[in-house]
Design a protein around this ligand. Structure first.
Ligand code: PRT
Ligand code: MG
Length: 223
């Protein structure tokens, strides 16, 4: 590794919103403050109070990609996002800690009044709309239920209301979004929280500089 890249600050990839917000206390536990808020700043590279650490702000589903290619040394990503990346894409990633932040459940949800159990038992093909194609496919395969999966990129809650799908597989935290759209959760697919992910080459070449952050995150996430 060249001296220039050795002296480059460590780069942590985060998405704005709940992951950024819930990572701030973990950074504080490592003695790091971030003065700019990505909700109001347009900057995608944010300095921190530690000259050896900068943040990059990317889409939640892009965090593993930045870390896989070493554009970020480490990052924080939801298990929902990690589950949708292929084993090959996750190959260069080390996943040492569950940070227990941004917790939610991945659920199957249907319109109020839709008889999900009956639909499942009739053996008819269910239409499932979701952003989480892999997780949904595996869930219904385990149950032995035939499904047609329709990939969406957002606003999954709409699909059962307008006849696009019988059910959705989506993340639920407070349940308010389901309720507002007259949907109910009928099955849990997975418990979701966010993990620290680290580029394996960075861990080898910059491990001494990364370790204090890994240790502080591990301590703060279990207390
Ligand atoms: O929003 P964008 O399309 O940019 O990307 P994203 O949705 O992947 O990112 P973001 O920042 O919304 O979520 C980042 C991560 O937070 C996800 O990958 C999850 O691991 C985690 N997380 C935790 C959640 C939720 N809770 C959550 N409730 N992600 C999304 N939601 C959404 C859910 O999809 C639904 O639309 O919030 C809505 C339901 O919330 P409740 O509180 O009404 O139940
Ligand atoms: Mg979102």
């Amino acid at each position: 590794m060249s001296p220039a890249s050795q002296s480059k600050p460590l780069t942590l990839a985060l998405s704005k919103g709940r992951i950024f917000d819930e990572t701030m206390p973990l950074l504080a536990a490592a003695g790091v403050q971030v003065s700019e808020n990505p909700e109001t700043s347009r900057k995608l590279i944010l300095p921190t109070s530690n000259p050896d650490l900068q943040l990059i702000i990317v889409r939640a589903s892009d965090v593993p990609t930045y870390v896989q290619y070493g554009a970020a040394d480490f990052g924080i990503a939801g298990k929902d996002v990690l589950n949708e990346h292929t084993a090959q894409e996750l190959g260069g990633l080390y996943q040492p800690i569950d940070l227990n932040i941004a917790q939610c459940r991945l659920c199957v949800a249907v319109r109020e009044g839709f008889d999900y159990e009956a639909a499942v038992h009739q053996g008819s093909r269910l239409r499932i709309a979701t952003k989480y194609v892999q997780a949904a496919r595996e869930h219904f395969a385990r149950k032995g239920v035939y499904v047609d999966i329709i990939k969406l990129y957002g606003s999954m809650e709409l699909a059962p209301l307008v006849g696009l799908a019988d059910a959705i597989v989506d993340l639920v935290s407070t349940g308010n979004t389901l309720k507002a759209n007259h949907l109910v959760a009928v099955e849990d697919v997975a418990y979701i929280s966010s993990r620290l992910i680290i580029n394996q080459a960075s861990l080898k070449t910059r491990g001494q500089r990364l370790q204090p952050f890994i240790d502080a995150f591990a301590r703060a996430s279990t207390t």
